[in-house]
Ligand binder design. Structure first.
Ligand code: SOE
Length: 385
């Protein structure tokens, strides 16, 4: 029988692995994206989680057609084209490589992996898959906050001149209470690291993204302030860091400081970026997500000062899909933008950004930070490709 022309290819089938915090943020994005952006047709086919009742309830709540408890069965299904991995870090490598080798497009949450070796294996699998038109993306969602996407445009346009000194911090306090219980994020075997992989991954990616640069050397230290926490069987050792400090040298010659913590009392979700250049400067704070502060050092000195750009104009990245100027966006919109860009790439088989290679570039810096911290803060060269 003659094959029917595929004038209307079937909708892309989506599977998601995991339904906790990131699973909820991604599910919200899958439910909203087609209402605000022109994207290839897709269907939320199956949500995967270990607890049958829990994942079934989450599937019903977040618009997934069905639920399952074993990802192995799902990633090779013929009706699945995209696998969105929102599972804990120790599962990223096995699931992503299996999905890529089964010919599925993959989105994986950050950090790419719990180790440099695993990250290298994932990037290699992604490169092999891309050669067949299978795309992959790592979920550094803050690249798609309009204010940070605008910041990159300013830097790329040379508005800051030569970038000399940069600062990035990511401070939270959800672990400031010593009685906050153990979770998978506090165990090395499931999370790989603490604030390092969880928060420094975002901050390092932001600096490498905004500067279009790579960190070449680090000097760092890590610390765990609360070494034991209440677990299911009594007090349990915390085997990851609470906070990280690092000095970063960039290939361009820029030098930066990095500070991340999950015990910074009073700071709730404060990713802050500061870029200081020969012609200007930029400042951003995630707790004021719609604002970018810019100083133009080419203006007469008597008129110079940081001015607040409210990044809600139709001319700003992504904003035109939403509301009129001044009707601010939130943290969750960055995930809708991320899923929109993944769908557009998957629909055409084009590479997606940030790629697993970008995720590996961050993992190299994290590994160097760990090595430096292990050497009591001595500088450690970041491995090259
Ligand atoms: C917890 O620190 C967390 O959920 C991170 O894992 C996310 O990447 C960050 O966006 C918000 O905080």
């Amino acid at each position: 029988m003659a094959m029917e022309p595929t004038s209307n290819p079937r909708p892309l089938g989506v599977a998601m692995i995991g339904y906790a915090f990131m699973g909820r943020a991604h599910s919200n994005a899958w439910r909203k994206v087609a209402s605000f952006f022109d994207v290839p047709a897709f269907e939320q086919r199956v949500l995967v989680g270990r607890n049958a009742d829990g994942v079934a309830a989450a599937a019903a709540a977040f618009g997934w057609a069905e639920s399952a408890t074993d990802w192995h069965d799902v990633v090779s299904r013929d009706d699945i084209d995209i696998v969105d991995i929102c599972a804990p870090g120790h599962l990223h490598t096995e699931i992503a490589i299996a999905a890529l080798e089964a010919g599925k497009h993959v989105l994986v949450e950050k950090p790419l992996a719990n180790s440099l070796a695993d990250a290298e294996a994932m990037a290699a699998a992604a490169a092999r898959a891309q050669a067949k038109g299978i795309t992959s993306m790592i979920g550094f969602n803050y690249r798609r906050v309009p204010a940070l996407a605008l910041a990159r445009e300013f830097v790329a346009a040379g508005r800051l001149g030569e970038i000399r000194q940069v600062r990035a911090s990511y401070l939270q306090d959800w672990l400031a209470d010593a009685d906050a219980p153990m979770t998978w994020r506090l165990r090395h075997e499931t999370a790989g690291s603490g604030a390092l992989g969880d928060l420094a991954s975002h901050a390092v990616d932001q600096l490498q993204f905004l500067l279009e640069d790579r960190v070449s050397q680090v000097s760092a230290r890590t610390h765990t302030f609360v070494p034991r926490r209440p677990g299911p069987d009594g007090l349990e050792d915390v085997t990851v860091d609470d906070a990280v400090w690092a000095t970063l040298s960039f290939e361009s010659g820029a030098i930066g400081s990095l500070e991340v913590s999950r015990v910074a009392t009073g700071r709730k979700n404060a990713l802050t970026i500061e870029l200081y250049g020969s012609l200007g400067a930029l400042r951003f704070d995630l707790e004021e997500i719609n604002e970018l502060w810019f100083l133009d050092a080419t203006e007469p000195i008597a008129e110079q000062g940081f001015r607040r750009i409210l990044v809600t104009e139709p001319e700003h990245p992504y904003v035109t899909a939403w509301w009129p100027q001044g009707h601010v966006l939130g943290w969750e919109h960055s995930f809708v933008h991320e899923i929109r860009d993944l769908l557009v790439a998957a629909g055409s088989g084009a590479p997606a950004s940030p790629s697993f290679e970008d995720g590996l570039a961050v993992q190299r810096v994290l590994a160097a930070i760990e090595a430096s911290a292990g050497l009591d803060g001595a500088g450690v060269p970041v491995s090259s490709a």
